[in-house]
Write a protein of this length. Structure first.
Length: 391
């Protein structure tokens, strides 16, 4: 049978037989229609990318599993689709912004999405960060083609594993901190690090995804938009004039490690400004060396001046004593140890605090768009304006 988009398995991209069963993975094709706002499965774009099902969907984008027909490889493609502003025209697949008043915010979001692609292309060589292969615009929106990471989010992985022992957790996280160190050196901060945005594969290699809120850290004195993930964000991310830098990502890494080790979230950073009752991992029954605990707690300091200022400092403190003695702080007796991670569906949702800064921000990110209203066709020329050429 000739291989066409109709008879390719959308799980492994092998060949389907006449019974619509895959010869490679043995799965039966799921030919049920995609949700109306998604690209229909088996859509081909640019004569190159065959779209399968969505891998995930956030407020501003839908990420699909897809097949690169030229390179014959799986890819993940993120489409800019602001759920609250946008609808999709059936058949043409055009993304339409449903209300005139939402267009400005949507355009800013699209610009941010394009920035995400550009940010990622600068980081291609870093092992702890997802690689971007391609970027294009069509259907009135934009697409980022990334390497497909065969694994699950660290959040799901932790839900299956419960807590991780210190050595395992630190070994998993290390390449990510090393890559962040390089990324910070070129002046970029991620600002949305959490187990949702870290993918872990079977070999326990991890990669950071979702650079939608990444920023230049050297915008001295400039207002930064307030974008944060509750629980993972340090206090400076709650302030439009809070000075953000590598220390901002270091706090989020600290929370991620803390969560891996304890199955619990530390109290929210702004709460800790009033009364800091964070418990050390050893107080929660975790066996951890004094040095490692000290390093972790320093990365979790409420005020940025008390944290490591760069990932180099954190790496040295957390891993520096690899050849030294392993002095272990025993679990505090009688402390109840959590056996399942705290449900934190709410905590891990990217959040924007709608707050108007005194001056207009240099770059604004609006993560939670307004509710759906009347439908009107998208204004022409948006992509042209953003890319400097007419689409
Ligand atoms: N390169 C990839 N390989 C495999 N799966 C991926 C990849 N990128 C994203 N995903 C999957 O898609 C999900 C959503 O991706 P991502 O975190 O980039 O966007 P989001 O959080 O849904 O959207 P938003 O940008 O609106 O916050 C991820 O949790 C992951 O499961
Ligand atoms: Mg995400």
């Amino acid at each position: 049978m000739r291989r066409t988009n109709k008879n390719i398995c959308l799980y492994c991209f092998g060949d389907l037989n006449a019974e619509r069963e895959c010869g490679a993975c043995a799965k039966k094709a799921d030919d049920s229609p995609s949700p109306l706002h998604h690209l229909p499965q088996r859509t081909i774009i640019n004569k190159r990318y065959l779209f399968g099902k969505a891998l995930g969907e956030g407020g501003f984008g839908i990420t699909y599993l897809a097949w690169d027909i030229h390179l014959e490889t799986k890819v993940a493609i993120k489409e800019y689709f602001p759920t609250c502003y946008a609808t999709r025209t059936p058949k043409s697949n055009q993304v339409i912004i449903n209300c005139e008043s939402n267009k400005a915010a949507s355009n800013r979001g699209l610009k941010r999405f394009i920035d995400e692609a550009r940010t990622l292309t600068k980081l291609k060589h870093l092992p702890g960060i997802v690689t971007v292969h391609d970027f294009f615009t069509t259907n009135g929106t934009a697409y980022i083609v990334m390497e497909f990471l065969d694994g699950s989010s660290l959040k799901k992985y932790l839900a299956r594993q419960d807590k991780l022992p210190v050595d395992k957790a630190l070994a998993i996280i290390k390449p990510l901190i090393e890559s962040l160190e390089q990324m910070h050196k070129i002046g970029l901060i991620h600002r949305d690090i959490s187990p949702d945005n870290i993918i872990i594969n079977k070999k326990r290699e991890i990669k950071l995804i979702d650079f939608g809120t990444a920023k230049q850290s050297n915008l001295d004195g400039k207002t930064l938009s307030i974008v944060l993930k509750q629980g993972y964000a340090p206090e400076e991310q709650y302030r439009s004039h809070g000075e953000q830098g590598p220390w901002t990502d270091i706090y989020a890494i600290g929370v991620t490690i803390y969560y891996c080790l304890t199955g619990k979230m530390p109290p929210e950073s702004i709460q800790r400004m009033y009364k800091d009752n964070i418990l050390k991992p050893s107080e929660l029954g975790v066996e951890i060396s004094e040095q490692q605990e000290k390093a972790l707690m320093k990365s979790l300091a409420v005020y940025s001046k008390n944290r490591y200022q760069d990932c180099g400092g954190l790496l040295k403190a957390l891993y520096g004593q690899a050849n030294g003695s392993k002095q272990t702080t025993m679990a505090t007796s009688g402390t109840k140890v959590a056996t399942t991670p705290t449900p934190k569906q709410k905590d891990s949702t990217p959040k924007t605090i709608a707050k108007k800064p005194a001056k207009p921000p240099t770059k604004t990110i609006e993560k939670k768009p307004a509710k759906k209203t009347k439908k009107t066709p998208e204004k022409k020329g948006l992509l042209g304006r953003l890319f400097g050429k007419k689409k």
